[in-house]
Write a protein that binds this ligand. Sequence first.
Ligand code: SAM
Length: 311
Amino acid sequence: MTDRCNLRCIYCRPVKDLKLLDHGDILRYEEILDVIRVATGLGIRKVRLTGGEPLLRKNFVHLVQSVCRIPQIEDVSITTNGVLLEGFAGSLYEAGVRRINISLDTLNHLKYTKITRRECFDDVWRGLQVAEAVGFSPIKLNVVTMRGINDDEVARFAELSVRKPYHVRFIEYMPIGLNSTWTTEKYISSDEIRSKLETFGPLYKIPHSLHDGPAERYQFASAKGEIGFISPISHHFCPSCNRLRLTADGNLRPCLLADDEVDIKSPLRGGCTHDDLRSVFQQAIARKPERHYAEILEKGQCLRPMSMIGG
Ligand code: SAM
């Protein structure tokens, strides 16, 4: 949706040397909708709106409404940092969205400020409560696990998943973006997190369902919520990855962890037909690599920062 964000997370968005896109380079809503319509002709049924911070984009609810009204689209979800969610949750739900992912790497105020470089923990927490109250389900909490930063909070997140109907998803920290703060020391595998969790009680595996994406799902006995693991580094899921990302500046990105992109904005603005745009999509799909090599990538080989890709 945008490369703008109201947080400055240490692992996502560099504070220095980040050149923001010019407004004219960002896809307009009609253009995004056109791309989605073309995608439906190729069988795409699921759309996730992310960024940057999607709720910062002007009239975002309007776009959400239009996406939800595209008949072939069966599933629309949003990934947000939750800072503005308190004010938007009701209208997003009314617009037709039912599933939401909120990024929350810590349950500790001070640590939240250290990770995000902004003092917004209370705003996010209120946003989460309102999202639950208006009926979003599931609410997934994205937790990027980093050794020495938030791996000591695994027990608190486990307890939250028992008490509340939230899906806590531990995501392996990935080496993305020039100036990324990723190091092998900070990386912590899902297996290690799962072993920690299993010291609190057995985790029961939940079978995969249609809209799961790459998460392996588990649950503690009599928990209201769930635990999920997303393990792009230790157990990469490339053979089953069917995602394409559309960047805010109009490129189709076949793989999150590779900078190869296919320009769809130029043909779109050059007046191409839907048939031509379909072939741009097909090129992008054909360029999906067999697998990514993030576990052996030197830090800095995937140069576009995550805030400009869309996680
Ligand atoms: N602003 C929104 C948010 O914060 O959820 C959406 C964009 S953000 C780039 C999407 C997700 O990517 C977040 O859950 C964030 O934690 C995750 N993310 C960003 N950088 C990452 C990295 N280096 N490794 C793993 N996950 C990352």
